[in-house]
Each structure stands twice: as structure tokens, then as C-alpha cells.
Design a protein around this ligand. Structure first.
Ligand SMILES: Nc1ncnc2c1ncn2[C@@H]1O[C@H](COP(=O)(O)OP(=O)(O)OP(=O)(O)O)[C@@H](O)[C@H]1O
Ligand SMILES: O=P(O)(O)OC[C@H]1O[C@](O)(CO)[C@@H](O)[C@@H]1O
Ligand SMILES: [Mg+2]
Length: 593
């Protein structure tokens, strides 16, 4: 029989659809048996614990893959089959109190004294009458002794902690942590974890701690690893994760799940989430990944699914705004010391020795800046935010010559994104992009090595010994250090608490030393950059004694043009989410000698 339709009166499932679930296949299809068939019926309804889902006209033709309806139900009909198969709709759907707008609106709450809470979405924003449960942590011997273990519902964390007496209280984020009531029953949870973008020390630790947090704190047993980044949702295998599988992974670099760039097909990803009956999605990745997570959340919300989407910010470049720093950054800075030390040893050992180290940092020079400050052996640090020029008074070559004459050797640290404008000018570069749309950079290390060698041998007739070290991928691939491991644990646990508490569409992040939930739009709206008019860059300049390669006029002009005021430095507000005042348009051309 080709037609398998149900009448409204006979096709309603019981109020607890989970009771009716039979496993249909290994990828978690659930079968709901239809009580009667009626080939002419054009409407039917599905009851669930979270409400009624009314389906539109259901034609009697044969479907190969199924149809999707506004409320998040998915039906499949097969020729000769007298069943309606719903893919785990019971625990992922809910009735929508009112039609949701296409894109969710920021949840901003204001209070006295200029208090602003930039809140994160909650499942109850678009699903009515969601049942709550007592947090199982209440009975956990490890946690029950902690005074005030549960986070107060009104706890928020200020974005800026340096304030003036009469200033407004400013922007706050919701404090992360366990809530007394949770919106998922432990047995109901089917979580998945995906890692996207480039590698970063600590990825495995975050994976481990999500799995262990879910398992040990909340008794969640079903956790799926998505293989190979976003495209893994629809094009790759999955792996079942449990504490045993992830036990030792924090000691390894990389990600046991694999990662990728590109391949973000929102609708296919959400289809896969829905088809597999996943109701908590943990997405670990950088700015691009969080943008992807944001659109996944919007689509899930649009479909009315009871699925929490939690982001964990990953970026070795530290280019994600709002948060104090990203995990893996500390490890990267520490590991960069080994390369800088090697460069210093090489440089010291030869006449006019120059040790040149390239570090990661596509658009943000944080690794280079902190590695330089930590080392104290570095004579010059070049980052994307600080334009420089090679020749002429005040230029890089003049400074190198001065240092070699004074000291006999020097160490230069360059971030991979530094001086890209100079490269593209001289190399007529093509604007190539990677699979995620990120601009592919030229190797500035090789380029600048050649430029320095040419200049001193051809123009200055001065012998130099330049050793170029590129440790970038070696740094990125190591396991996280002790401090990053603890940080990763807190981030992962915060994400788990948030998802269990029904929050969604958030990134878990450290703000002023406190774990918070940050709405996606705040994470994705801009990139975190080194502010070269801030104190931290000034500290660097004073440590290396390098010229700023920038006249004060350039900075003042930009301030007037851009009508921006310099903001506080990283050390002062514990927050590096500041914009640079100097944009690429002001990068001076190579000045004539
Ligand atoms: N605007 C966007 N919308 C949807 N998906 C996106 C968007 N930008 C990037 N993505 C997806 O996010 C994933 C990771 O993006 P990307 O390669 O830029 O790395 P990232 O997360 O920024 O990490 P990093 O730059 O630190 O390596 C890719 O699969 C990409 O397709
Ligand atoms: O070569 P890949 O893996 O695409 O990525 C390199 C880029 O990834 C980053 O490490 C960010 O993850 C950048 O610093 C670097 O430019
Ligand atoms: Mg990125």
C-alpha cells in the first residue's frame, strides 16, 4: 500500500512519545506506530509532552526521504509500510507559542544605573510549557557539600570592571554554572560534539570534559562525536563517546574528532541533528565556527526543536572578542618560547646573526606580542595591527642595522598576518581563499627573510646570518599545558551546565575571570585585535626598543577620521576585546631612502 496517512483522531501519540519509541536503525530513527490508516486524510496531529504539533496537508504520494513541517516534526512514508515514522520528534519538538521571527532578537534587559544584561536565548523562549527537573548535581556527593553550588538566577558578570564613580553599570553577561532546575531529563539527552576550523591546543581536553561533565555530573550516557567538522554531520561517520573513550585524550594534541574548514550546509546539518534525535549540540571552534553555530541555532529555533546549541570558543590566535583569552593561547605562547630561544641561540652564535621566528596570528598579533613580552630576547615584533615599512628613516632595515651594530645579533618575531599589504604589493598576490573563505596568506617569514638578505648583501654590502624558524604548526599541534587544561575544563563544564539548564545560542566564555554565557552575536560581530594605542603594545615597544614604525600623526589622524577613542588595555580590564585604531588603509608605503 502506497498511502499511509492518519486521521486526527486516531494518529495522536501518547502524551509521552518517548514511551513509544522503538529504535528503527542505528542512526537513531524512532518509529511511531500509526494506529490506523486513512488514505484520504489530509491532516493529523501529534501529541507530545511539550505540546501539540499540527501538520499541514499530507499528500498521498510516495516520499523517498520525508517531509519537514514547521513545528519540527519529520515524517517518512515508505511504500508498502503501514507506519508513520517520526525521527525522534517526541523529544525535540514543541509547540510554538507564536510564530518565531526569522532571526532571533537580542535579549537585552536593562536595569537601574545603566545596567544592561545581554542575555542568551533559552529553549522556553520558543517552546511553551517545557517541563523542568531537579538538577541531579543536588545528589552528587562531590558537589552537594559546596555552599551555594547553584548559580543564582540573577547572577551576571560585568563586561568592564574598570568603572568611574558616576559611570553607568554597563553591559553584563549571564553567569555560567549549574542551575537548580534543568530542562532535560538525563535519559532524554542525546548530545553531540563537533570541532571545526584550525587546530588548537586543548581541543581534546574540551571534548573530554564535555563527555565527562555530561556523564558524571548529569548522568548523560548518549554522546556522539561528529567526525571532521561541520561537514561530518552529513558526510562522515560518527563515534560514540564515553568517559572511557576520552580518558587520556587531553594528553594528545589535535582533536580526536578531526576538523575541517568549509562544508557548512545549515539545512543539512540541522536535518542530521533532527534525524539523529540530537538535543544538545556542542560546537568547538573559532570565529567562523561560532558564526556557523549561530545559524544552526537560528534554524533549530525556526523549526521549533528542543535542541540546545552551545559554542565553546577556540582560536589559537585569540581573535575572539569579549572573552579574556581563548584556550590554547597560553600553551601557544609558552611553546613559542622554545622557537624564540632557538632563534636567539642561532643569532648569538654568528656574526651579525638574525633569528627570525614566524608565529601564528592571521589578523591578530596576540601570540607574537605575548611571546615577545615573555621572552625578553626579542628585538622586534611585527604584528598585523601595526603597520611597518622596510626602507628609509624609521624603517625596519634601519633598525636592524642599528641593532646589529649595537649588539652583534638580533631576534625578530613576526606574526603570519603582519605586513601582508607589503607582500601583496611586491608579489602581485592572488586573492586566494581557503574552504571557509579566509584569505590565504603569503609566507611573510620567507618573504621578509629574502628582503632582509637582499638589502644587506646588495645595498649595504654587509654580511648577515639570518636563520628563519617557522614553528607555527608545531605549536598548534601540541597538547595544552596545565593552565589551559583547567581552563578547558571550566569552559566545557560551563557549556554543559548551560545546555542542561535550557540555554541555547550561546558561547561559554571567560569574562573578567568569570565563566559566562555570551550571545552568539557578540562573539561574531567583530574580531579581537591588539590595540596598538594601548598600554600593552607600549609595554612591548619599551621592552624591545623597536620603533613604532608609525608617526603619532598617523594615530591622531585616524582618531579624528574614525571618531574613535582609544580604549583600555588588556591588562587593565582583563579583556582584549578592543578594536585597533589603525586600519590597513593607513599602512605607509615603503618610504624612499
Ligand atoms: N558565516 C558563516 N556561516 C556559516 N558557517 C561558517 C561561517 N563562517 C565559517 N563557517 C564555517 O565554520 C567552520 C570553521 O570556520 P573557519 O575555517 O573560518 O575556522 P574558525 O572557526 O574561524 O577557526 P580558526 O580561524 O581559529 O581556525 C567552517 O566549516 C566554515 O564553513
Ligand atoms: O593552514 P590552516 O590549517 O588552514 O590554518 C592556518 C590558520 O589557522 C590559524 O591557526 C587559526 O586557527 C591561523 O593562525 C592560521 O592562519
Ligand atoms: Mg577564524
Amino acid at each position: 500500500m502506497d498511502s499511509v496517512l492518519a486521521s486526527p483522531s486516531t494518529s495522536s501519540f501518547s502524551s509521552s512519545p518517548l514511551n513509544k519509541i522503538n529504535h528503527f536503525s542505528t542512526d537513531c530513527f524512532y518509529n511511531y506506530n500509526c494506529i490506523s490508516n486513512n488514505t484520504n486524510t489530509s491532516r493529523f496531529s501529534v501529541s507530545s509532552s511539550s505540546g501539540i504539533c499540527s501538520l499541514r496537508k499530507f499528500s498521498s504520494v510516495k516520499f523517498d526521504y520525508g517531509y519537514r513541517y514547521g513545528c519540527g516534526c519529520r515524517l517518512r512514508k515508505r511504500s508498502g509500510c503501514s507506519k508513520i515514522e517520526s525521527k525522534n520528534t517526541g523529544d525535540v519538538m514543541g509547540s510554538s507559542p507564536s510564530p518565531s521571527p526569522a532571526i532571533s532578537q537580542p535579549k537585552v534587559v536593562t536595569g537601574p544605573g545603566g545596567y544592561i544584561l545581554e542575555d542568551v536565548p533559552h529553549l522556553s523562549d520558543y517552546i511553551a510549557d517545557l517541563p523542568t527537573h531537579t538538577n541531579p548535581l543536588q545528589n552528587n556527593p562531590a558537589y552537594s557539600v559546596v555552599k551555594q553550588y547553584f548559580v543564582h538566577v540573577d547572577d551576571t558578570v560585568p563586561q568592564k570592571i574598570v568603572v568611574h564613580k558616576d559611570g553607568p553599570r554597563g553591559i553584563h553577561f549571564r553567569r555560567a554554572g549549574p542551575r537548580q532546575k534543568v530542562y532535560f531529563d538525563s535519559d532524554e539527552v542525546h548530545a553531540c560534539i563537533v570541532t571545526c576550523g584550525g587546530l588548537c591546543p586543548g581541543l581534546n581536553t574540551v571534548i573530554r570534559e564535555i563527555v565527562c561533565g555530561l556523564y558524571h555530573m548529569y548522568g548523560v550516557k548518549k554522546v556522539l562525536g561528529i567526525d571532521g567538522g561541520y561537514r561530518g554531520f552529513y558526510a562522515k561517520n560518527t563515534v560514540q563517546l564515553n568517559p572511557k573513550v576520552v580518558n587520556d585524550i587531553h594528553k594528545r594534541g589535535g582533536t580526536i574528532l578531526g576538523t575541517s574548514r568549509g562544508g557548512h550546509d545549515t539545512s543539512k546539518i540541522v536535518d542530521s541533528i533532527q534525524d539523529r534525535g540530537i538535543n544538545q549540540v556542542y560546537i568547538i571552534g573559532g570565529d567562523g565556527t561560532q558564526r556557523g553555530a549561530s545559524v544552526i541555532f537560528e534554524e533549530i529555533r525556526r523549526r521549533g526543536l528542543k535542541v540546545s546549541v552551545a559554542g565553546i570558543p577556540k582560536t589559537i590566535d585569540n581573535d575572539i572578542p569579549v572573552i579574556d583569552r581563548s584556550f590554547g593561547f597560553d600553551t601557544a605562547v609558552e611553546e613559542a618560547q622554545r622557537a624564540i630561544n632557538a632563534a636567539h641561540v642561532e643569532a648569538e652564535s654568528f656574526e651579525n646573526g638574525i633569528g627570525l621566528v614566524k608565529l601564528m596570528g592571521r589578523y591578530s598579533g596576540f601570540i607574537a606580542m605575548y611571546a615577545t613580552l615573555a621572552s625578553r630576547d626579542v628585538d622586534c615584533c611585527l604584528i598585523p595591527e601595526s603597520p611597518f615599512f622596510l626602507e628609509g628613516p624609521g624603517g625596519l632595515f634601519e633598525y636592524i642595522e642599528k641593532r646589529l651594530k649595537e649588539n652583534g645579533h638580533m631576534v625578530i618575531v613576526i606574526a603570519e598576518g603582519a605586513g601582508q599589504e607589503l607582500l601583496s604589493e611586491s608579489m602581485q598576490s592572488m586573492q586566494q581563499k581557503d574552504a571557509s573563505g579566509n584569505k590565504l596568506l603569503q609566507d611573510v617569514g620567507l618573504w621578509i627573510s629574502q628582503k632582509i638578505k637582499d638589502y644587506f648583501s646588495k645595498k649595504r654590502k654587509m654580511p648577515i646570518n639570518l636563520k628563519y624558524i617557522d614553528p607555527t604548526y608545531m605549536i598548534r599541534a601540541i597538547p595544552s599545558n596545565a593552565s589551559d587544561n583547567v581552563y578547558c575544563t571550566l569552559l566545557a563544564q560551563s557549556a554543559v551546565h548551560g545546555a542542561m539548564a535550557g540555554y541555547t545560542g550561546f558561547t561559554s566564555g571567560l569574562v573578567n575571570g568569570r565563566q559566562t554565557y555570551i550571545p552568539f552575536y557578540r562573539i561574531t560581530e567583530k574580531q579581537n585585535k591588539v590595540v596598538i594605542t594601548d598600554r600593552m603594545w607600549a609595554r612591548l615597544l619599551s621592552s624591545t626598543n623597536q620603533p613604532s614604525f608609525l608617526s603619532p600623526k598617523d594615530v591622531i589622524e585616524e582618531k579624528i577620521d574614525g571618531e574613535k577613542e582609544p580604549s583600555n588595555g588588556l591588562l587593565d580590564n582583563g579583556n582584549c576585546s578592543q578594536e585597533t585604531l589603525v586600519t590597513s588603509k593607513e599602512i605607509p608605503k615603503e618610504k624612499p631612502k
